[in-house]
Design a protein around this ligand. Structure first.
Ligand code: AMP
Length: 116
C-alpha cells in the first residue's frame, strides 16, 4: 500500500467528525454523503485507510469482498429494492476527491448511462 494520509473519513471512523452512520462493523462503516447526488447517497468505507483502489494489495482481497457485501446489506437496509448504482472513483481523472477508498451507493431515482 502507498503512503497513507489522514482524511476526513479517518476522522469519521474515529468519531472525531460527525456523520450519519447507516451501518458499521469491524471492517467498514457506511454513512450518508453530505453532498448527495441522488435521493439516497451512501458511502461504504473500509476502516483500513487504503487511499484508493489502485493501492489495494492481494492481502486486501477479503476487505474488498467485504465492502461489496456491505453495499448489498446497506442497500437492503435503506430499502433500495428497485436497484441502485455502485461507483468507485479512482484517482484524479476518476474524480476521486477523498484519498481513502470508498464505494458510493446511489439510488432513489432512475440512473442514466453514460455517467458524466
Ligand atoms: P469521491 O469524490 O469519490 O472521492 O467522493 C468523496 C465523497 O465524500 C463526496 O461525494 C463528498 O460529498 C463526500 N464527503 C466529503 N466529506 C464528507 C463528510 N464529512 N461527510 C459525508 N460525506 C463527505
Amino acid at each position: 500500500m502507498s503512503e497513507t494520509t489522514e482524511t476526513i473519513f479517518s476522522k469519521i471512523i474515529r468519531r472525531q467528525v460527525p456523520a450519519n452512520v447507516v451501518l458499521e462493523d469491524d471492517v467498514a462503516i457506511a454513512f450518508t454523503d453530505n453532498s448527495p447526488q441522488a435521493p439516497m447517497h451512501i458511502l461504504v468505507v473500509p476502516k483500513k485507510p487504503i487511499p484508493k483502489l489502485d493501492d489495494a494489495e492481494p492481502q486486501d482481497a477479503a476487505i474488498l469482498g467485504h465492502l461489496l457485501l456491505m453495499v448489498k446489506k446497506v442497500a437492503k437496509h435503506v430499502g433500495l429494492n428497485k436497484g441502485y448504482r455502485v461507483v468507485i472513483n479512482n484517482g484524479s481523472e476518476g474524480g476521486q476527491t477523498v484519498d481513502h477508498l470508498h464505494i458510493h451507493i446511489l439510488g432513489g431515482r432512475q440512473m442514466k448511462w453514460p455517467p458524466g
